[in-house]
Design a protein. Structure first.
Length: 74
Protein backbone atom coordinates (compact mmCIF):
# COMPACT_ATOMS: atom_id res chain seq x y z
CA UNK A 1 0.00 0.00 0.00
CA UNK A 2 1.79 3.11 -1.21
CA UNK A 3 -0.03 6.25 -0.23
CA UNK A 4 1.24 9.66 0.62
CA UNK A 5 -1.76 10.56 2.76
CA UNK A 6 -2.38 10.30 6.46
CA UNK A 7 -1.73 7.00 8.21
CA UNK A 8 -4.55 6.32 10.69
CA UNK A 9 -2.63 3.55 12.46
CA UNK A 10 0.40 5.76 12.98
CA UNK A 11 -1.84 8.59 14.21
CA UNK A 12 -3.59 6.23 16.62
CA UNK A 13 -0.28 4.96 18.00
CA UNK A 14 0.99 8.51 18.43
CA UNK A 15 -2.20 9.48 20.22
CA UNK A 16 -1.96 6.41 22.45
CA UNK A 17 1.61 7.33 23.40
CA UNK A 18 0.55 10.88 24.25
CA UNK A 19 -2.34 9.64 26.39
CA UNK A 20 0.02 7.30 28.29
CA UNK A 21 2.40 10.20 28.85
CA UNK A 22 -0.40 12.41 30.16
CA UNK A 23 -1.60 9.63 32.45
CA UNK A 24 1.92 9.30 33.86
CA UNK A 25 2.06 13.05 34.48
CA UNK A 26 -1.31 12.98 36.23
CA UNK A 27 -0.18 10.09 38.44
CA UNK A 28 2.96 12.05 39.35
CA UNK A 29 0.93 15.14 40.21
CA UNK A 30 -1.48 13.06 42.29
CA UNK A 31 1.47 11.64 44.22
CA UNK A 32 2.87 15.15 44.75
CA UNK A 33 -0.49 16.39 46.04
CA UNK A 34 -0.76 13.44 48.43
CA UNK A 35 2.74 14.11 49.79
CA UNK A 36 1.98 17.81 50.26
CA UNK A 37 -1.33 17.04 51.98
CA UNK A 38 0.39 14.62 54.36
CA UNK A 39 2.94 17.30 55.24
CA UNK A 40 0.41 20.10 55.55
CA UNK A 41 -2.21 18.19 57.52
CA UNK A 42 0.16 16.10 59.59
CA UNK A 43 -0.45 15.83 63.32
CA UNK A 44 3.27 16.31 63.89
CA UNK A 45 4.60 19.69 64.92
CA UNK A 46 5.78 20.47 61.37
CA UNK A 47 2.27 19.94 60.02
CA UNK A 48 0.77 22.13 62.72
CA UNK A 49 3.30 24.86 61.95
CA UNK A 50 2.55 24.61 58.23
CA UNK A 51 -1.19 25.02 58.86
CA UNK A 52 -0.57 28.03 61.09
CA UNK A 53 1.71 29.62 58.50
CA UNK A 54 -0.85 29.04 55.75
CA UNK A 55 -3.61 30.57 57.90
CA UNK A 56 -1.40 33.57 58.68
CA UNK A 57 -0.60 34.15 55.01
CA UNK A 58 -4.29 33.90 54.09
CA UNK A 59 -5.27 36.40 56.79
CA UNK A 60 -2.55 38.81 55.61
CA UNK A 61 -3.88 38.61 52.06
CA UNK A 62 -7.45 39.24 53.22
CA UNK A 63 -6.34 42.20 55.33
CA UNK A 64 -4.42 43.68 52.40
CA UNK A 65 -7.56 43.75 50.21
CA UNK A 66 -9.93 45.40 52.70
CA UNK A 67 -10.93 48.94 51.83
CA UNK A 68 -10.69 51.18 54.87
CA UNK A 69 -13.80 53.14 55.83
CA UNK A 70 -13.57 56.87 55.89
CA UNK A 71 -14.87 58.94 58.77
CA UNK A 72 -18.10 59.82 56.92
CA UNK A 73 -18.98 56.28 55.84
CA UNK A 74 -21.96 54.73 57.66
Amino acid sequence: MATGGPDPLKDALTLQARVKGLQALLELQLWQIEVLNKRLYSSESGGVAARRLLALKRSEKEAAFKVPKSVNDP
